[in-house]
Design a protein around this ligand. Structure first.
Ligand code: ADP
Ligand code: MG
Length: 362
């Protein structure tokens, strides 16, 4: 079993897609994991993933499949990453934030609100813990520079490597969170800081990668050990091709940087699927350096490939699905993490899902 799961989400048709294509859709569902994809230019293609969320699936379904296992692991000191990938307008931000981070119905809440609730709930219900803290940072990568969305004066943060070889963003503001309201206030402030850039930087939100970083620390009463788990949610920039944007000047420069970091991500994924662990080109972009732990085996990772259901976007959706198919081939056991945390895992969760982690150590 791999520690990388790949899912696909088709959002509902929007009104202009309905008008233009008479309610037509580009896929035919087979079951919860597979579908036929139709592109006028090619033969129908059969795709299989770990899970497919069709347009009638709700936000809770996405949370349960993608995030709940990651929250459980983070409480035991295993890192997790959730990445949304796809063309602009495909539903990445909706899956992350819902229609509005601060003010939305229970039903519409995105992964972020649900992860905050889930982490706070788990912290509250954990016995044996003397001290628990939950911290949040929020940064965006724009033009290959890392900007702190909680402190805009920090506009060129650097990536460093910690003593356990883990990657972290040095100097990023960390906000302590003790309740959901506080978290939503901070998140909406960060999102507003992104939107400030939006008018100045031509829709920066679809041209930058946004990272939400949660750090959970728990100190055990019985053994006095500190367990730290990190969950990173990544809302990637739109994956559409440059030609389609009709771009020139700075927009073209932006598009090239986005394409470069997304293609570095693709290259890292390709390299990982060969099974060789040397020469993985993580250093090619800030995005891949930060995601090194997520993709290289130190983390549980869920990739959500977001697609429009409309034939009008079929070629972009096909490229998203092919990206997901390649990522599905990554098979990286949790060796690094397991060797560091073997004791931790054995003490806290005997005979459960971590058996496969321990198996890798034998
Ligand atoms: P992206 O972040 O990929 O550019 P968005 O998440 O902003 O795309 O989605 C584009 C539009 O589609 C938004 O108006 C959003 O509310 C809507 N949308 C996306 N996914 C869904 C969904 N699953 N259900 C309802 N509306 C959605
Ligand atoms: Mg978006």
């Amino acid at each position: 079993m791999s520690n990388v799961t790949i899912s696909v989400r088709f959002r509902p048709l929007n009104s202009s897609e309905r008008r233009g294509y008479d309610d037509a859709i580009c896929f035919q569902a087979l079951d919860a994991k597979s579908f036929w994809f139709t592109d006028e230019k090619e033969d129908d293609v059969l795709f299989c993933f770990d899970k497919v969320f069709y347009p009638d699936c709700g936000q809770a379904d996405v949370y349960e499949f993608l995030a709940m296992p990651i929250i459980g692991d983070a409480m035991n000191g295993i890192n997790g990453t959730i990445i949304t990938y796809g063309q602009t307008g495909a539903g990445k931000t909706y899956s992350m934030e819902g229609p509005n981070i601060f003010d939305c119905d229970e039903h519409d809440k995105g992964l972020l609100q649900r992860v905050v609730d889930g982490l706070l709930e788990s912290l509250k219900s954990s016995t044996d813990m003397a001290k628990c803290t939950l911290k949040l940072s929020m940064v965006e990568i724009y033009m290959d520079k890392i900007r702190d969305l909680f402190d805009l004066s920090k506009d060129n943060l650097q990536i460093k490597q910690g003593k356990n070889q883990e990657m972290y963003i040095s100097g990023a503001t960390e906000i302590s969170i003790s309740n959901a309201l506080e978290a939503m206030r901070s998140l909406s402030r960060g999102i507003a800081n992104r939107a400030v850039g939006e008018t100045q930087m031509n829709l920066a939100s679809s041209r930058s990668h946004c990272l939400y970083i949660f750090l959970v620390q728990r100190e055990s009463v019985t053994d006095g050990r500190m367990r730290t788990g990190k969950i990173v949610l990544v809302d990637l920039a739109g994956s559409e091709k440059v030609e389609k944007t009709g771009a020139g000047g700075r927009i073209l420069d932006e598009a090239k940087k986005i394409n470069k970091s997304l293609s570095s991500l693709g290259n890292v994924i390709n390299a990982l699927t060969t099974g060789k662990t040397s020469h993985i080109p993580y250093r090619d972009s800030k995005l891949t350096r930060i995601l090194r732990d997520a993709l290289g085996g130190n983390s549980r990772t869920a990739l959500l490939c977001c697609c429009s259901p409309s034939p009008s976007n079929a070629s972009e959706s096909l490229s998203t699905l092919r990206f997901g198919t390649r990522a599905k081939l990554i098979k990286t056991p949790l060796i690094a993490i397991a060797s560091e945390q073997k004791d931790n895992i054995e003490k806290t969760t005997p005979n459960n899902s971590h058996d496969r982690v321990l198996e890798n150590l034998r």
